[in-house]
Design a protein around this ligand. Sequence first.
Ligand code: ATP
Ligand code: MG
Length: 481
Amino acid sequence: MPPRILIVDDEVEMGNFFKFLLGSKGYEVLVAESGKRARELWQQPCHLVLLDLKLPDADGLALLREIKMLQPRCEALVMTGYSTVKSAVEAIQLGAFDYLEKPFEDLEALEAIIERALNRAMASGELVAQEDDTRKGVMERLGFVTGPSERIQRLLIIAEKLARKHITLLLRGETGTGKEVLARFIHAVSPRASQPFLAINCGALPENLLESELFGHEKGAFTGATGLHKGIFELAHKGTLFLDEVGDASLAIQVKLLRVLESGEVVRVGGEKPVRVDTRVLAATNAPLEQLVKERRFREDLFYRLDVVTLTLPPLRERREDICLLAEHFLSGHYPQGQAPRLGRDVCAALTGYDWPGNVRELANVMAQVAALSDGAATVLPEHLPLKLADRIETAGADTPDQYWLGEINACLEAMASQVDVATGFELPRFLDELKKGMSHSVRHLIDRALEEAGGQYPLAAERFRTTPRVLRYLHDEKQV
Ligand SMILES: Nc1ncnc2c1ncn2[C@@H]1O[C@H](COP(=O)(O)OP(=O)(O)OP(=O)(O)O)[C@@H](O)[C@H]1O
Ligand SMILES: [Mg+2]
C-alpha cells in the first residue's frame, strides 16, 4: 500500500498543491477542506496528516489531539502562519512531528521534512536510525546523560525538534538543572552544529563591559578602545549564542538585546552602521522573570520576545528515577573505564531520597567526594557519603531484613531479565521451570542453615523464619515454594 497522506486545509489551492507535489511521488493524497471532513476521512488509516491549525469549523490543536489518539502511529505536521509559532510549539508538545511555516519558501526543505515524517510513521527508514544514532552520539560527546524520567525524555524530543528551527528559545530551571548542557545539545543537533557555539553570562560583567562584549565596539568608541572589536553576537554569526543569566542584564542592555532580536542587526558601541547577524539565541535564566517584570526590573517586551518557546528543566527531586543512573555516570568519570565501584542499594536509596537543592551540579560534586572517599572499594558504602547524605542512611537503612533481601532479590531478577537476549529467543516455560527449581533449592539451603544454627530443632528455626514448624517442614521436604 502506498503511504496515505491526508491534507487538512480550507484553502483549496493548498490541497491542489499537495496533491500535485505528493501525488507525483506515488503517494495517495486525500484532501479535507474542513475539520468535519477530516474526521470522516481519518476513519481510514493514514501515515501522515498535514494539518492547518486555523480552520473555520474546528480548532486545529483539538483535531491534532483526536488524530493522535485515534491513530497514534500516524505522524502529523502542522501548518501555521509565522505569527503563530507558539501554537505550533504547543502542537509539537501534543505529539506533532513538526510544524511548517506558510507560505512555503523552500520546497526542498518541505519535501525533506515530509520524507522524514513518513519514515518515522512507517518505522522503517534508515533516516530514523541515523537520527537516533546522531542524537546518541551527540549526547555521549557532551556527557549529557538522561535516565528513565519521562519528563526529560519528552523535553529532549521537543528540544531536538525545535533545534532545527531558527527561533529563540528560553531555557528555564533551577540552578544546576542542566540549562547549559541542554543549550549545547540543541546547538549540536541543529543545522548550525558546525558553526560556533558561544556563551556569555549576562550577570558576570559590569554593564559597559557587557555591552561591548555583546555588541562590539568601534575604534575610539571609548578610552582604551584602540581597535575595532567584534561583539559576541557577530562572532557567533551563523552559529548559536547562549545568553546565560539573561535575567541579570540591566534594563539598558535589555533594550539593546530586544532590538537585536527583533531586527537581526547589531550596532557596535560608538558605531552607527548596523551589522546584520544571523545568530541563533538561546537564553537561560533561573530568575523568576514574571516577578521581575512586575517589579519593572525586566522589560515586558523582552520577556515576551524570549518566552515564545520556553523549555523548563525539572529539578532533580522531580525526576528521582534518574538519580542513581546520573550518580553512576559521574562516579565512573573518576575511574578508568569499567573500574568504578558500584553503588550499594542503601547508598542509592539515600541519594534518591535527598532533595538536591543544587540539582545535578550538586550530585556531580557529591560523586567527586564519594570517589575520593571510596577509592579502592568495590562498592560504595554509606560511610563514603558526605554527612548530609549519610544522615539519610538511618532512614534508608531502617529497612527490615525482609525488605532488604526482597529488594536484593528483585534487583537480581531484574538484572538477569534485562540481560536475556530476547532477539534470539529462548524457551520461556523452561526458563520458568529452572527458576522454580533454583528457588526450591535456595529455600532448602536456607532452611538447612537455619536448622543447623538451631541444633536441628524445627520449632526454633521456624520462630526465626516467623512461620510454623509445619510450614517449614513442608517447604523443606516437599521441595516446593
Ligand atoms: N543531564 C546531565 N547529564 C550530565 N551532566 C549534567 C546533566 N545536567 C547537568 N549536568 C552537569 O551539572 C552541572 C550543572 O549543569 P549546567 O551548568 O548546565 O546547569 P545550569 O542549569 O546552567 O545551572 P545554573 O543555573 O547554576 O547556571 C554541569 O557540570 C553539567 O555538566
Ligand atoms: Mg548555567
